[in-house]
Design a protein. Structure first.
Length: 101
């Protein structure tokens, strides 16, 4: 079975231990980075975190769907949402591409 995912506090503690910074400083940096990512994605539509990936604001079109309980068709309205795309280096590090022969 896979290990449980890390909590925000565990991530902050790990980064603080690795860098020698205080947990309070790391938490402040993490919060500032999250705030900046949201602000930039709202304003420009994209936020790039070099080496990790990009957060992008995308428009979903209106579409037809089904109510799973009744099977009735319903109209799902258009909406704006956010997607995160991993950098190629991160994808390759997590799941190396298959070698073609």
């Amino acid at each position: 079975m896979a290990e449980a995912r890390m909590t925000k506090n565990q991530v902050i503690k790990h980064v603080a231990d690795k860098t020698g910074a205080t947990k309070k400083d790391v938490a402040g940096i993490a919060d500032a980075l999250i705030e900046l990512a949201i602000q930039q994605a709202k304003k420009t539509g994209i936020f790039v975190l070099p080496g990790l990936g990009r957060l992008k604001k995308v428009q979903r079109k209106a579409r037809m769907g089904r109510n799973p309980a009744t099977g009735a068709e319903i109209k799902i309205p258009a909406k704006t949402t956010a997607k995160f795309y991993l950098a190629k280096a991160v994808k390759d590090a997590i799941a190396p591409p298959k070698v073609k022969r």
